[in-house]
Ligand binder design. Structure first.
Ligand SMILES: Cc1cc2nc3c(=O)[nH]c(=O)nc-3n(C[C@H](O)[C@H](O)[C@H](O)COP(=O)(O)OP(=O)(O)OC[C@H]3O[C@@H](n4cnc5c(N)ncnc54)[C@H](O)[C@@H]3O)c2cc1C
Length: 432
């Protein structure tokens, strides 16, 4: 009997264990993608457009069947039309995705169709790495050690001949890009090409240069990982046997992605609420004009404005700058992290619930960071340290292109020294 391959965050044909399973019996597979309004609606133009491009890539190669609507209805309908008795997926461990899959599982079972979960978007599935007593890790470093020790499978084998089935399709959804937004190429081949070039040209210097937003020294793989155009296991396999510090540091960064997925799996409430609940008692300001200035890159702090404008122009922001702008919103403007996280998820092309919400919570001091809240980033010294010549600032804040000192704030909306003291005073009040 034919099977359905329901693609979600695994938009690739190679190293795809769920797809291999789908093709394993008689090789006839209906390739399905469901545009779920619950996910499509809240996404911003960058992620929608990128997803559309990635789906077009799969469609060109295998003739994707796209349906729009509630997956509980659409997956059952597509499976029944194809006469399939199995629907194959990579397991989803996020709060929305896992609940959705349970409902789809039950709806399929009513028609004697099985939902088969194989693999996940991670090298090690969330929930697998635990402390000796079976409880989850709260802190990254011991998680990383245990994750390395646990290990992961080799990439899956090649996909043989597949008889791709076809059916009525609503077509790949179109989303126009707003003016001034320029996104990277989407699709499996683009992901492989970028990884190959990065490994060849830049990986060796990754540990030394990854904190420098002026150098473009990071891999930009986040968007490809987000949509599963390449699997982290493929990257880890290529890193195997590479002895340099660049490869080791890169492995550690991939482990942050796995750690945050694990934290979210154990604490699904942390997608919205404080991981450390006492932070809900802190005094915060009601967001107003200052939040708007932050969003639009008009705070007067050059590195903050550069980052916020890079986000709007490219759907991406350098990791160091993500930390600087997040710290600024929470500790200089005293705005709750959720407002910033929402703005990021709207514009980031790599927007990912686990990495984003926990990147925010870490920087805000209410997440998994073992260091205390009173580390407050100074946006000017951070800028001088990580963008020493101001090239990053000059690129994204054109009015400072010819400034003698591009790091010097211009009409700043707050006084950083005063707000630092204020942030610490607010923190003291919740510690008592
Ligand atoms: C406030 C904030 C919000 C963030 N939001 C997201 C998000 O929505 N989606 C997202 O993928 N990453 C997010 N990150 C993590 C990180 O900034 C990006 O993964 C990274 O900048 C992507 O660029 P790159 O692929 O060139 O990274 P590289 O430096 O080349 O890193 C390689 C890969 O490792 C992983 N990685 C690296 N750093 C982190 C990290 N701190 N946390 C989790 N994974 C990491 C990513 O998958 C990345 O692609 C956030 C960080 C912060 C501080």
């Amino acid at each position: 009997m034919p099977a359905v391959m329901w693609f979600r965050r695994d938009l690739r044909l190679s190293d795809n264990p769920a797809l291999l399973e789908a093709a394993a019996r008689d090789g006839e597979v209906l390739p399905l993608f469901v545009v779920d309004p619950a996910l499509w609606g809240p996404s911003g133009p960058s992620r929608r457009h990128y997803l559309g491009e990635s789906l077009k890539d799969l469609d060109r190669r295998i003739g994707l069947v796209v349906r729009t609507g509630d997956p509980v209805t659409e997956v059952v309908r597509a499976a029944r039309e194809a006469g399939a008795d199995q629907v194959h997926v990579a397991a989803d461990y996020g709060p929305y995705g896992s609940a959705r899959d349970e409902k789809v599982d039950a709806a399929l079972a009513d028609h004697d169709i099985e939902l088969v979960r194989t693999g996940s978007p991670y090298a090690v599935a969330p929930g697998r790495v635990t402390k000796g007593d079976g409880t989850p890790y709260q802190v990254y470093t011991p998680f990383f050690r245990a994750w390395q020790e646990h290990g992961w499978r080799d990439p899956a084998g090649d996909l043989g001949e597949v008889g791709w089935l076809t059916a009525d399709s609503d077509g790949v959804p179109a989303e126009d890009l707003p003016d001034g937004l320029d996104l990277p190429d989407a699709g499996e081949e683009a992901a492989q090409r970028r990884w190959r070039d990065y490994r060849r040209d830049k990986l060796e210097a990754y540990d030394r240069e990854r904190d420098r937003p002026d150098l473009d020294a990071t891999s930009h793989m986040s968007v490809h990982l987000k949509w599963g155009e390449i699997h982290p296991r493929t990257l880890l396999k290529d890193l195997e046997g590479m002895r340099g510090k660049g490869a080791q540091t890169y492995r550690q960064e991939l482990a942050w992605r796995e750690f945050y997925a694990d934290v979210l799996f154990h604490r699904p409430d942390s997608a919205r609420d404080y991981l450390k609940p006492e932070f809900a008692r802190m005094d915060y300001d009601v967001p107003g004009d200052q939040l708007a200035a932050w969003r639009e890159g008009r705070t007067g702090f050059p590195i903050v404005d550069a980052g916020m404008r890079q986000l709007r122009a490219t759907g991406w922001m350098h990791n160091r700058v993500r930390m600087i702008v997040a710290s600024f919103l929470v500790k200089d403007l005293h705005v709750e992290w959720q407002h910033g996280a929402r703005h990021f998820l709207h514009w980031l092309v790599d927007g990912d619930l686990a990495s984003n919400q926990h990147g925010w919570q870490w920087t805000a001091g209410c997440g998994t960071d073992a260091a205390p809240y009173f580390r407050v980033f100074n946006p000017v010294t951070q800028g001088k340290k990580f963008d020493p010549d101001g090239a990053y600032i000059r690129r994204w804040v054109p009015e400072l292109r010819d400034a003698a000192d591009p790091h010097e704030p211009v009409d700043p909306i707050v006084d950083h020294a005063e707000e630092r003291v204020e942030a610490l005073a607010r923190y003291e009040r919740i510690r008592r």
